[in-house]
Design a protein around this ligand. Structure first.
Ligand SMILES: NC(=O)C1=CN([C@@H]2O[C@H](COP(=O)(O)OP(=O)(O)OC[C@H]3O[C@@H](n4cnc5c(N)ncnc54)[C@H](OP(=O)(O)O)[C@@H]3O)[C@@H](O)[C@H]2O)[C@@H](O)CC1
Ligand SMILES: Nc1ncnc2c1ncn2[C@@H]1O[C@H](COP(=O)(O)OP(=O)(O)O)[C@@H](O)[C@H]1O
Ligand SMILES: [K+]
Length: 489
């Protein structure tokens, strides 16, 4: 998995990469710029639109200058806004690229800037080299850039946004942020959503060994990481190998949560799914999911199951006793969601009974009740890590970039998923998927990573044709396609 480094570490990473690869820093900038241009062309922006590029004096500006040259060679009309005083202030590679600009490109001093209203603005003013608070002249530039009404694309980070901490002052509000190699930590903080816009991460061929000596506990989970985490089944596999799972949840008026969870576990691959609920509700499950079995009353023979998911739609009234009894009887890692988490928050003495390496899946509200309130998301992530390490549990903090905190202190940020997944029941689908992988005998860490990634990918697939009309059932319907896309048998 790709390590996520701090902005300060990027310099060190670059020099390690250059030493190991034999590439020059100028060539690396060219690679990054070409990666950007390739992405840009793939977006299908009209080639009639003038491209305005605000360039700073550092290497972020250097990227902007190289991108300007490359787009101009593709017949785009390019205008460079100089956000620096003189050529003398340019970094070595920025100067090199400034000198390579063809004459056809208009270069405008920032004071004389007039935006072309219907165009594209590329923000290459400040990148990860930003230090401390913005100087007044930089604030003015950012304010002016934010006046632009057209599409804004920030290079690496929105200018003014620090790489790894929460923003205090001003920053560019981008529609897209195209970051290189890995997402800088600040790009995934919900506080920065209106600055980052849509996040895109482009590979620029940095050699893996360059990351080796650089410490970080943050990792980024991407498509290529996922197939090796899966268990492969052979042609003699039978439904018992695919896992016998028990899903405990549902209550009058909230049976949908359990049904979604069961359908999701089945679609993920579970061999046998049993739903445990109140007696009065069992007909609903048996009708809605004929592939699932139903159980009620006390949980008979918990040891019969390979994995258990507990909580979706369960309610919290009169559940603590059953939950306690179950935790005393069942010693394998489980998945706890929704009201299962709320029960833990209300009965902290249950927490030590939760089997080690169990997967807990709170959204921010559930997290706050369970772990505590945080001033910002960065602090929340620190608390999540502490909770996972201290309790030897896997904590899946759900959101736009779900963060999986592992008992060894690593924190994995998921790259899949999109805003269309913010719809009732999508969390229940995740619970079904996670439980299903546990039931198939996956190590809990792999179950968590596969479950979260495939869930997000299913959301992406389903939303292609559904957009804001997407509902949780559409995510379930797209689970099979995730296996096809990742070539998982
Ligand atoms: N491996 C990678 O990921 C690759 C990264 N690459 C790119 O390099 C970028 C990093 O470039 P970098 O290190 O030159 O810094 P950068 O962001 O341009 O900022 C420096 C400028 O900011 C200014 N400045 C600083 N603080 C300020 C303040 N408070 N208020 C106002 N101004 C302030 C500072 O001014 P100075 O203080 O020097 O006067 C200087 O002009 C990175 O984001 C990516 O785009 C690719 O090219 C290749 C591969
Ligand atoms: N903006 C978003 N981008 C990506 N994923 C999202 C977004 N909003 C929600 N999700 C995902 O959808 C799921 C919502 O879960 P949850 O909040 O428990 O919903 P519910 O209780 O309705 O099932 C989580 O897996 C979360 O990561
Ligand atoms: K930028």
């Amino acid at each position: 998995m790709q390590k996520i480094l701090s902005g300060v570490q990027v310099k060190e990473l670059d020099s390690q990469h250059l030493k190991l690869s034999g590439q020059s820093s100028h060539e690396l900038m060219e690679t990054a710029s070409k990666a950007f241009v390739k992405w840009f062309l793939d977006q299908g922006f009209s080639s009639d639109l003038p491209i305005q590029i605000a360039c700073g004096a550092g290497n972020n500006g250097g990227d902007g200058l190289a991108i300007g040259r490359l787009l101009s060679a593709l017949s785009y009309e390019v205008i460079i806004f100089k956000c620096f005083d003189s050529k003398d202030s340019l970094s070595e590679d920025a100067l090199l690229n400034f000198n390579k600009l063809p004459e056809s490109i208009q270069i405008v001093d920032f004071e004389n800037l007039r935006f072309v209203e219907k165009g594209i603005l590329i923000d290459a003013f400040l990148g990860v080299g930003l230090k401390g608070e913005l100087r007044p002249d930089a604030i003015k530039i950012i304010q002016k850039l934010n006046d632009y009404q057209g599409t804004v694309i920030s290079i690496d980070v929105p200018s003014g946004l620090p790489s790894d901490i929460v923003l205090k002052g001003e920053a560019v509000k981008a529609d897209f942020t195209v970051s290189f190699a890995f997402p800088k930590l600040s790009l995934i903080l919900p506080e920065h959503a209106e600055y980052v816009g849509e996040l895109v991460v482009l590979k620029i061929g940095l050699v893996e060994e360059a990351f080796m000596d650089l410490d970080s506990t943050f990792y980024y989970l991407e498509t290529l990481d996922v197939p090796p985490l899966h268990t492969v089944f052979n042609r003699f596999s039978y439904k018992g190998d695919m896992g016998k799972v028990l899903l405990v949840g549902g209550s009058p008026g909230k049976m949908g949560a359990l049904i979604l969870c069961a359908k999701s576990a089945l679609r993920t691959g579970s061999g046998l799914v049993t739903c445990h609920m109140e007696d009065s509700e069992r007909v609903i499950v048996q009708t809605a999911v004929p592939e699932a079995m139903a159980s009620w009353g006390l949980i008979p023979n918990p040891e019969f199951y390979d994995a258990v998911g507990i909580g979706p739609g369960w309610g919290t009234e009169n559940r603590a006793r059953l939950f306690r009894q179950f935790l005393q009887d069942f010693k394998k890692p489980i998945v706890i969601d929704a009201d299962g988490l709320n029960l833990l928050s209300r009965n902290p003495d249950l927490l030590p009974l939760v089997p080690k390496n169990s997967i807990l899946t709170p959204h921010i509200g559930e997290f706050t009740r369970l772990v505590g309130s945080a001033e910002n998301h960065l602090e929340r992530l620190k608390m999540a890590k502490g909770f996972a390490v201290e309790n030897e549990l896997i904590l899946v903090l759900k959101g736009a970039n779900t963060v999986i905190s592992l008992p060894d202190g690593r924190q994995v940020i998921n790259s899949s998923g999109n805003k269309y997944m913010a719809t009732g029941g999508s969390g229940d689908v995740l619970t079904g998927m996670l439980t299903s992988y546990l039931g198939m005998g996956y190590f809990p860490e792999n179950a968590a990573l596969c479950g979260v990634f495939h869930h997000g990918l299913a959301g992406e697939i389903a939303s292609k044709s559904k957009r804001r009309s997407m509902i949780a059932s559409d995510i379930i319907a797209a689970i099979p396609e995730t296996y096809i896309q990742l070539n998982i048998s």
